[in-house]
Design a protein. Sequence first.
Length: 694
Amino acid sequence: MSENSNRLSGETSPYLLQHADNPVDWYPWTAEALDKARKEDKPILLSIGYSACHWCHVMAHESFEDPATARLMNELFVNIKVDREERPDLDRIYQLAHQMITQRGGGWPLTMFLSPTDQSPFFGGTYFPRVARHGLPGFKDLLTRVAGYWRDHRDEITSHGEAVKEAFGRIWEAPAATEGTEVPMILNDAPLAAAREELGQAFDSQHGGFGGAPKFPHPPSVMRLLRHWRETALGQDPDLEALYMVTFTLKRMATGGLFDQVGGGFSRYSVDERWMIPHFEKMLYDNGQLLALYAQAWAVTDEPLFRRIATDTARWVIREMQSPAGGYYSALDADSEGEEGRFYVWTPDEVRGLLSPAEYDVFAPVYGLDRQPNFEGRWHLHGFRPVSEVAEAAEIGSDEAESRLASARRKLLVARDTRVRPGLDDKVLAAWNGLMIRGMAIAARVLGDDAIAGSAHRAMTFVRDNMMVDGRLAATWKNGRARLSGYLDDYAFLLDAALEMLQLRWDPADLDFAVILAETLLDHFEDKGNGGFYFTADDHEALIERPRPLADDAIPSGNGVAALALNRLGCLLGEPRYLESAERAVRSAWPAMERAAFGHCALLDALDEQRRPPEVVIVRGADGAEWARTARLLFAPRRLVFHVPGDAGELPEGMSDKVLPEEGTRAWICRGQVCWPPLDTLSALTEALKSGRA
């Protein structure tokens, strides 16, 4: 530790290292910090953020870098800084505590004040300015007031802390045991129908998406609608409105400012309802989910825009977000050179100087350079006019217009790459890698892209080789160090990703990994009494509560993904323990799904596959790759297709009857725990899939 650095200097988190030279005597969340607070009887000031967070940077510059503020913090509190991406367990607990205490939604930076005896929260907020403004107290004044309240109202604070902990217990207790709702003996489709209705009511018919500003992509909700449409598509009353909500939303996000029109990839959310101006940070977890969605939407619609967006997003990930070792990085900052969005915005003169006149004449009207600036005196690219309309006005064909736009984007990317880049959070998170590996595997299969497939394979190999420590998954890796015990999301998302990878390219190592992940979920995360999964393992550090989250947020619910993936793995391997665990998880969440169906889309996907078991297709033999491609031609979200090559080695017991034929090719189709006789011709396989026999 250097003379001017604090205890964060030995951490690997880029966010914590951003604060290592603050005059604040920061600690990471460690036993040392908690012991110090108890021994000195000082309240804890807990500050939670992440490296790409704009307002985290603002509060750091205003307060944490200010010597006078730091002296006050060091005198009155034990100060703990947490990266919410490394410690989502702490973030979940204290975000909920903030909501309970303030009756307002949380966010980052999160600023919480905790009792030193048991870390129960007694006051909190998010961003606080240096001096009072906009109804918020100045941070230094707040520090003295909170310290005074701690000194003068200890009994009240202790009582309040107990009430908060009791409320936590009620919120995260297994809902089936507390809500008085009778779970049906046979699960039904009522929550699926309710979610379809609720999402339809929340849909923004003018701009796409759900709700108003700020507007988030909500991939689990879009996927739920796409799965719902597919379930109705072959019936007498296909839900074309559900498909329209999906495609309209995806088109508006793709042509708007949420998508980086030059370099690919999506920002975290739009500050307006029109998807025009994003909060410019780019997160791996958003892009993993959206990559899969756009590839699947292209498979459904054959819409060229969706293919381009999926391809450009995957290329951005490979180019900018994949480490040389193979793992995917976490995030790109919103800021560069001290300004939010500076890296991404343009002026018309700058663009005109980089493009040919023919290119500019198409590019400018499509992306709004012929209008007034839309972001702090500059232009952030947003699709204002359809390409077909601009092409018609320019008296050229749409294909020619698209060609000029593609050329223009390439030129702007080359020029933009010379700018000062936003900060990169280069830690590798297991859960987020799971989401991106899944997205890349799906995109590689759908698009038939070997480069994307290779990227996914390198990432999965990296996680298996570097983030497993003594048989257990680490949550984060950086600079050769795998750290922190894995959470539910790490295991669930990587299990889901492993199943997608096995469909992309059968690898016995991925199957072994999937089994290890599944067994750990059952052994260390499952609520044996009520069903479902805790967010932390049974041997995790003891905190004031052990969360059991069910609802989706920016990422799908770990309980939902675990239930879906365990059910699929159970069907593939014929393992009843996985099937039973998956069913218990869905049953335990039934009251939550009944209360707010659309908030639990990942669990609804798991419920869907409890009601209609996944269709598992296994192909072996000389033409296995071609047969597998044929089985995947139709978008069928409940169909899993595995091409098991001849050199796959010994198969697990549940697949041991899928013997490689001496000649030719053979396919097996199973639905749930029922399998049909093997098929020896491609036409027989096609007919079986088409007829719905399997």
